[in-house]
Design a protein around this ligand. Structure first.
Ligand SMILES: *Cc1c(COP(=O)(O)O)cnc(C)c1O
Length: 360
């Protein structure tokens, strides 16, 4: 049988033999003491790529984001973010649990905020009110279907924020997908923000890790918060080596994932009973809606699973498929072939036995 095509997420990649070799051979030290050479190298390289003074390695993207908001805000402060963003929706409200912060969400048009929506939201200095401190953006936008934010809009929002005394943070978990899709460098995207977080364990294919980049003083402050949040680690060069390998080798090939996502998008467009949504795919994340007349998203996922194609049901009607470096073009073409067959069988009334369907 053909091997399983796992399109659930770009987090499912496993380290390649070459990456494992790099991990095995890397020098390490106690990073809490500041002597892990591999961590130092990764941090310096990440800062350079993002055009920032410094960067700090952390175990997860949630931690880089949460430490970023903690670094910019004090308890009782507020940050502004788009209503569909990861920081607000998928990090368990850690900014409230751990930092005593309030989020003010603003729904963007297709997850894109415009500066005019933000004017007037900064609260007056008044003892009744929280203090507005920060604007967070996400690029590419996960829930927006891997959407690349328009560059001019990003620049405008950040300019407005800085003109009005606010800080800015970019959740760039998939910033390198935005770079691959636009040709705009990571440093160009990053220059508009005080801090930027990037994930090594998404499309870049490292097993673990994220980094937060920014000016030296803010990264020093973030290092304090990292200790408090339990994210200071010892001979962590062992995992930083995988991240460094990923940064050095796997950024440019993200365009392959984007081309593969177009193959899926075309198959979905051509299939009755399912609808690509959003109707354009900009990077590596593909969402589609399943017409209730043919079944639920869970039915669709289970039927695909029976063909050894794994995707996720994320609502009763919505399915997500993500391309990444562990699925090649042939595998994606096989998935693209199976999708219309599954839709046809569901439309004809077949009901798969749902097993192991993950929904979130
Ligand atoms: C994956 C992701 C994160 C971080 O997730 P972790 O699982 O905590 O590493 C942050 N932001 C976005 C947009 C993401 O997609």
């Amino acid at each position: 049988m053909a091997p399983r095509v796992d399109l659930r997420s770009d987090t499912v990649t496993r380290p390649s033999p070459a990456m494992r070799q790099a991990i095995a051979n890397t020098p390490v030290g106690d990073d809490v003491m500041g002597d892990d050479p591999t961590v130092e190298k990764l941090q310096a390289f990440t800062a350079e790529v993002l055009g920032k003074e410094a960067a700090i390695f952390m175990p997860s993207g949630s931690m880089t984001n949460q430490i970023a908001v903690r670094t910019h805000c004090n308890p009782g402060d507020e940050f502004i973010c788009e209503g569909g963003c990861h920081i607000y929706n998928y990090e368990q409200g850690a900014f409230a649990q751990l930092s005593g912060l309030v989020a003010r969400t603003v729904d963007g048009q297709d997850n894109v905020l415009q500066v005019d929506q933000l004017r007037g939201l900064i609260r007056a200095e008044n003892e009744h009110l929280v203090r507005t401190r920060l604007v967070c953006l996400e690029n590419t936008h996960n829930r927006g279907g891997g959407k690349v934010l328009p560059y001019g809009t990003v620049a405008e929002i950040c300019q407005w924020a800085h003109d009005n005394g606010l800080r800015t943070h970019l959740d760039g978990a998939r910033l390198f997908n935005a770079v691959a899709a636009t040709g705009i460098t990571a440093a160009n995207w990053a220059q508009h923000f005080d801090t930027v977080s990037v994930c090594f364990s998404k499309g870049l294919g490292a097993p673990v890790g994220s980094a937060l980049a920014g000016p030296k003083d803010l990264i020093k402050e973030a290092r304090r918060h990292r200790k408090c949040f339990g994210g200071a680690m010892r001979q962590v060069g062992i995992i930083a080596a995988g991240a460094l390998y990923a940064m050095e080798n796997n950024r440019e090939r993200l365009t392959d994932d984007h081309a593969n996502a177009q193959i899926l998008a075309d198959a979905i467009r051509a299939t009755d009973g399912i609808t690509l949504s959003p109707d354009e795919v900009g990077t590596n994340i593909v969402f589609f809606e399943v017409d209730p007349a043919i079944g639920t998203a869970a039915d669709f996922v289970a039927a695909l699973q029976n063909e050894d194609v794994s995707v996720l049901a994320i609502t009763p009607t919505r399915v997500r498929a993500v391309t990444h470096l562990d699925v090649n073009e042939d595998q994606v073409r096989r998935a693209a072939e199976v999708i219309p067959q599954v839709a046809e069988r569901l439309a004809a009334g077949e009901r798969p036995i749902a097993h192991d369907v993950v929904a979130y």
